[in-house]
Every structure is written in structure tokens, then in C-alpha cells.
Design a binder for this molecule. Structure first.
Ligand code: V47
Length: 369
């Protein structure tokens, strides 16, 4: 399917289409123009061309579980509905390691390939809580990939336990850590961080920790929390900072836009981003991030229908079965708590795409005989 040059011209995108076809990099100004075009379908067509050039119709998902071991968090991010400031505050919880391991024991029959752990910044736990957590998971299911702790958590551990970021990463890797998730990136621009998340790792620290993780041989992801106070320029700047680090290291696997959910947090007066905006952000990400292989729609954040539609707007990955997610459900998402692999396959097929179960490192997982 092609789009006519006159349609692209009317959308103000013809020169950008030619640049992309010639594999030329887009600039900050180009990114802003992509966001500003009134022709969402022309933008989607461009993003889909890049998506199909890399992945044809393949759409990746995995068999994973989310474990959020504690919501106690010393940071005061305005967008967060999940955290509780102090242990003992109403609604706060901290799983014992046994309780966390039980979540795997209870799923002994599931062919999980990934455990994704994200926590609050708990001020009182010893470092051994985290290393034991990892080694316990590995003892139970050595084949499962452990994608755990955002760069914000890593920075917090270094400061709390007086170690370097590299030392923390090395010790967690020795205990079983396999890769880092992309959380905590929010929006890199200092103006935004100062307003919405002033008391956690800044953009340079976040990027530096991913740089170290990549040097140590780990892969990671990069997210962007959109749809609150950020400008279009700040969105594109965020993408360009991720692209610049990727030029250095090649260690990012996926870029994951995260739609802001306003329930039960200090930014609850803001509306949630529209489906139009969500499709736009994923499409622009595909076009700006020429060096990051995958663009993921996290269906828990976008909603299932929009994630499915995004498969024609640059997205080639849908995360996975998820199970037990709390951060978005406490912030008001109407998405289900989990999907089965059959659900994921069905919705990918229904969108006219080809489902591929992957592991965390994007190796195809063979279907059971
Ligand atoms: O960093 C918190 C976001 C992130 C809200 O690496 C919110 O594969 C919207 O990082 N509305 C954690 N977003 C989740 C995360 C993630 C998700 C999926 C896949 C991967 C991956 C990583 O959740 C936080 C923050 O940006 N968040 N509160 C909220 N109210």
C-alpha cells in the first residue's frame, strides 16, 4: 500500500518521507513537525513503512509476570498513584521474599520466560533483600529472565548503600539480574522533572546507569511518560537523548511510550491522553528512533484496542501477559489485569499481523509441541 505524494505534501510530510526513504536522520524540528501534522493517517503510514522495513508484519509478545515487591517509596512523583511514603501508611505493603517467590511457585505450570520487577524506593530494606530476591527467583526457575529495577532504583541503592552505580549493577547481576526495564525515564527535560519528579535520579544519572548496564553486557528498555505537562519539543528531545545513547552503546531493545493515567494522584485534574495522541506518540517514536529496534505499546497503559490499532502506527511489540500489574490499575486503567497468550495471538491476528512469542532478548520462543 502506498500513499500518494500529493497526500503527503498536503500533510506537510513529503520532504520527511523522502528523508526517511533515503535513511536520513530526522532532527528535533522534523519531530515537532511530525507531531503537528493534522493528517494522523499519513503519519501512521510513514511509521508503518519503517516498522515493516524492520519487522514486516511480525508482532512480538512474551509470557511474563509483573512483581511489585513494595510500594513504599521516599520519592514524591506527582503522577504516581502506587507509592506510599512510609512503611505502615494506609495501603502500603512490602512482600517478604517468600511471598514474592510464592508468585512464581504458584505459576509452576506457566511457561513464563520473564519476571519484571519494579518497586518503590524503600528506605529501610537491606541490599540483601534485593540480591536474595533475585537469587531465590533463579533457584526456583533458572531459565526465567529477570528484568528488574529501574535506573531510578539502581541510583537509590547506590546512594543508600554507599556503592557506585557500577558496583550495584555488578552485585545484582551476580545474584541473577539479566536486564533493566525502561521505567523511571519519565521525560528527560529538566523543566519537567523539576515539576513532576524532583526527588529522584535526574536524566543524566538515568542515562549513565543504562550506559553502564550496556557496557556490562545487559540489555535494557527506555520509556517516556507522556500526556501530562510536557511539550511536543520535550517529547522529541526525550527521544533524541535516547537515540544519542543508543548510538554509543546499542543496548536499548525497545522504546515504550507510557500514557499518563490521572486517577488517585496529584495530577488528577489533567485528562488522560487521547487515542489520537497515543497513536501519534508511538508513530513519531518509530520515525525518530532509527537505531532502536522495537517500539512497544504497553497495552495496560494504552488500552487493548488502541494497542492493537498501534500495530499499524509503528508498533511491533505488545509487551506480554503481564499479570498482577498494580501501578496502572491504581491509576485508573480500564485494561484487564492480564491477558493469556491466546488472547494476545487473537488480537494480533485480528489486526492482520503475525504474532511471534519472544523471550526478553527477542529470540522466538518455539510453540509447545
Ligand atoms: O516509570 C507511574 C509509569 C513506569 C503512572 O521496560 C505511570 O518493558 C502512567 O517502566 N500513569 C513503570 N504511567 C512501568 C515501566 C514499564 C512498563 C512496561 C514495560 C516496561 C519495560 C517498563 O510507570 C514509571 C512511570 O513512568 N507510571 N505512574 C501513571 N499514573
Amino acid at each position: 500500500m502506498t500513499l500518494s505524494r500529493s497526500r503527503l505534501e498536503a500533510a506537510g510530510l513529503l520532504d520527511l518521507s523522502d528523508k526517511l526513504a533515503a535513511s536520513q536522520r530526522l532532527t528535533l524540528a522534523d519531530g515537532v513537525r511530525l507531531f503537528e501534522t493534522p493528517d494522523l493517517l499519513a503519519l501512521g503510514w510513514l511509521a508503518n513503512r519503517e516498522r515493516e522495513r524492520r519487522h514486516a508484519g511480525k508482532t512480538y509478545y512474551n509470557y511474563n509476570i509483573r512483581i511489585e515487591a513494595t510500594n513504599v517509596c521516599v520519592a514524591t512523583c506527582l503522577f504516581c498513584s502506587f507509592s506510599r511514603l512510609r512503611p505502615g501508611d494506609p495501603g502500603s505493603y512490602t512482600l517478604s521474599q517468600e511471598q514474592a517467590w510464592d508468585k512464581l511457585r504458584q505459576r509452576a505450570d506457566q511457561p513464563l520466560t520473564e519476571v519484571h520487577v519494579v518497586n518503590g524506593l524503600h528506605p529501610d530494606l537491606p541490599f540483601s533483600y534485593y540480591t536474595d530476591l533475585l537469587s531465590g527467583f533463579k533457584r526456583l526457575r533458572p531459565e526465567i529472565h529477570l528484568k528488574c529495577f529501574t535506573a531510578v532504583e539502581i541510583a537509590f541503592f547506590s546512594d543508600l548503600y554507599t556503592m557506585s552505580d557500577e558496583q550495584v549493577l555488578r552485585e545484582l547481576m551476580a545474584a541473577g539480574l539479566d536486564s533493566l526495564p525502561g521505567g523511571g525515564a519519565e521525560v528527560f527535560a529538566e523543566r519537567v522533572r523539576r515539576k513532576i519528579c524532583h526527588d529522584k535520579a535526574d536524566a543524566d544519572r538515568w542515562l549513565s546507569i543504562h550506559r553502564i548496564a550496556h557496557r556490562l553486557g545487559m540489555r535494557s528498555n527506555v520509556t517516556m511518560l507522556y500526556g501530562h505537562i510536557e511539550t511536543i519539543q520535550e517529547r522529541v528531545d526525550h527521544m533524541l537523548r535516547a537515540r544519542a545513547l543508543q548510538d554509543e552503546t546499542g543496548g536499548f531493545q525497545a522504546f515504550i511510550p507510557l500514557a499518563f493515567h490521572p486517577d488517585n494522584n496529584q495530577m488528577r485534574k489533567l485528562p488522560a491522553p487521547s487515542a489520537n495522541d497515543t497513536l501519534r506518540v508511538h508513530a513519531v517514536a518509530r520515525l525518530m528512533l532509527d537505531n532502536i529496534p522495537h517500539v512497544k505499546a504497553f497495552w495496560i497503559a494504552t488500552g487493548v484496542g488502541v494497542a492493537q490499532t498501534a500495530l499499524w502506527f509503528g508498533v511491533d511489540d505488545l509487551d506480554g501477559t503481564v499479570q498482577e500489574e498494580k501501578i496502572y490499575h491504581m491509576a485508573g486503567t480500564e485494561a484487564p489485569e492480564s491477558m493469556t497468550t491466546a488472547d494476545l495471538q487473537r488480537l494480533i491476528h485480528a489486526a492482520g499481523r503475525e504474532p511471534v512469542e519472544r523471550d526478553t532478548l527477542y529470540n522466538a520462543v518455539a510453540a509447545p509441541a
